[in-house]
Design a protein around this ligand. Structure first.
Ligand SMILES: NC(=O)c1ccc[n+]([C@@H]2O[C@H](COP(=O)([O-])OP(=O)(O)OC[C@H]3O[C@@H](n4cnc5c(N)ncnc54)[C@H](O)[C@@H]3O)[C@@H](O)[C@H]2O)c1
Length: 270
């Protein structure tokens, strides 16, 4: 169902890799709600070619950009404004990658070059996007910027290793840049802390199936799906949430407020 929540709004969506990606679902919903946007991803990720399908379906152009490269980001924001005919109203940062997780390194055996790569790709990229946007004055007044986070920023999930630190930094950037951009241009900046979701990045984390199941059984509403996440992001891009900023917003079916649930007790008692 469409409510025309993003009618006339323009945006940039980072991170649609394939149909399972949260960013893919956000792009589809943004289109349904009347937005116009450009899609972007790392040049390497584009080789898979999947994103072309999404671009066709949403009538969007694709601009490759490595989110760790300020030069790529400058090119992206300049080209996006040319294509869209002006400044943007919303930006989605849906980017995460840890070489340590990919290579199965434990928390006591981190490769520090990779640790820095994790932080650069998954957290500093958010600061770079905001700084480039500010310097180019590329976001309209009352625009909205959202990045996706995970509760491992606050609680311990052993297999999430260095991504836990990346998410803590990401959420801190949302608060600090949210202050700055709010004062400057009334632009709001938030993170959405999403339930475990079956995507390429999600299922790459060791033991994913177990903590997916665990979170589902802990949460009174069950895990939030990628589609649910897309709906929430749309509200944050819309004018209905103009005074929400500098927040880490839990989108997890209630998981973050739970201690233990009857379902988990039942499981352990079996
Ligand atoms: N899947 C989950 O369980 C879950 C839960 C909470 C939060 N998140 C977060 O949601 C976001 C999206 O992940 P997803 O689950 O949709 O998985 P995904 O694998 O579909 O998306 C991750 C994206 O990051 C992109 N990326 C990696 N390096 C990049 C770079 N240098 N420049 C630009 N893009 C780069 C990838 O190409 C990919 O499109 C991530 O921030 C992730 O941490 C995911």
């Amino acid at each position: 169902m469409s409510y025309n929540l993003l009618k006339g709004k323009k945006g940039i969506i980072f991170g649609a890799l394939d149909e399972k990606s949260i960013a893919w679902k956000v792009a589809k919903r943004a289109k349904e709600e009347g937005a116009e946007f450009v899609l972007t991803n790392a040049p390497l990720a584009m080789r898979m070619g999947e994103i072309n399908k999404l671009a066709e379906e949403t009538n969007a152009q694709i601009i490759p950009a490595d989110a760790t490269s300020v030069e790529d980001l400058e090119n992206l924001f300049n080209k996006a404004q040319e294509i869209l005919g002006g400044k943007v109203d919303f930006v989605l940062h849906s980017i995460g990658m840890s070489p340590n997780i990919r290579k199965g390194k434990s928390y006591g055996d981190m490769n520090y070059d990779w640790f820095q790569k994790t932080l650069d790709v998954s957290a500093l990229s958010f600061h770079k996007i905001l700084q480039v946007a500010e310097k180019l004055d590329a976001i309209n007044e009352w625009g909205s910027v959202v990045a996706l986070s995970y509760i491992a920023a606050q609680r311990v999930f052993p297999d999430y290793t260095d991504m836990s630190q990346a998410k803590a930094v990401l959420e801190s950037i949302a608060r600090n840049y949210g202050y700055r951009y709010g004062k400057l241009k009334n632009v709001r900046v938030n993170t959405v802390s999403q339930s475990p979701t079956k995507t390429t990045a999600g299922t790459g984390v060791g033991g994913f199936d177990v903590f997916y199941e665990y979170a589902d059984k802990m949460s009174p509403l069950g895990n939030a799906s990628a589609e649910d996440c897309a709906n929430y992001c749309i509200t944050l891009f819309s004018d209905l949430t103009r005074k929400v900023t500098m927040q880490n917003l839990m989108h997890d079916g209630g998981f973050s407020s739970m201690g233990i649930s009857e379902d988990i007790v039942e499981m352990i008692n079996k």
